[in-house]
Design a protein around this ligand. Sequence first.
Ligand SMILES: [Zn+2]
Length: 209
Amino acid sequence: MALSTPTPGIERAAVADVLAIGSFAAAHGWTPATSGNFSSRVDDRRIAITRSGVDKNALTPSDVLILNITEPLPPDASAETPLHVARYSNDHTIGMVVHVHSVAATVLSRVAATDGFLYFSDYEMQKAFHGIHTHEGRIALPVFANSQLMPELALEVEALLGASPHVAPGFLLGGHGLYTWGRDRAEAQRHLEALEFLMTCDLEERRLR
Ligand SMILES: [Zn+2]
């Protein structure tokens, strides 16, 4: 039986997508102090993902690892990699996963921690989410307690997302930040921008109350 051969062109494209979305998020100030992680699917078994602790303002191809999601993680993988791997493993339509530590995500994850969800209602921007065609109605963004035990946290996240298919394409970690995803880079970036916009609107509304 022929061994499968590496496909460097596909890997290069995934690495380029990681560099592009990471630089985009860094330019918005959503990855302070080397925080945040960005990944892109190469194929059914592999992803490209930022290494631990790299400055997202100055990303280069050497800052991105190619991982097999069916094998143990290498030592230079970020501690947050299991959350990315769990998303790709449990939803085969996902092509990119994005994680940022924005001010809006960090503050609102603390405000909404007790409810377990942050809600957005009647914003036109809700139509930016895949499958949403109206501003009417309420969209729930799940909020989980933060943890340093990422494999256990990934199980908790996947259990809720699997049981709640109609929530927003993302989740918050308390006092930590936002995860979102999409079928490709364009959709992941649109979801990231939409969630950041909606959270910023929510913060502004809370200031006016
Ligand atoms: Zn983080």
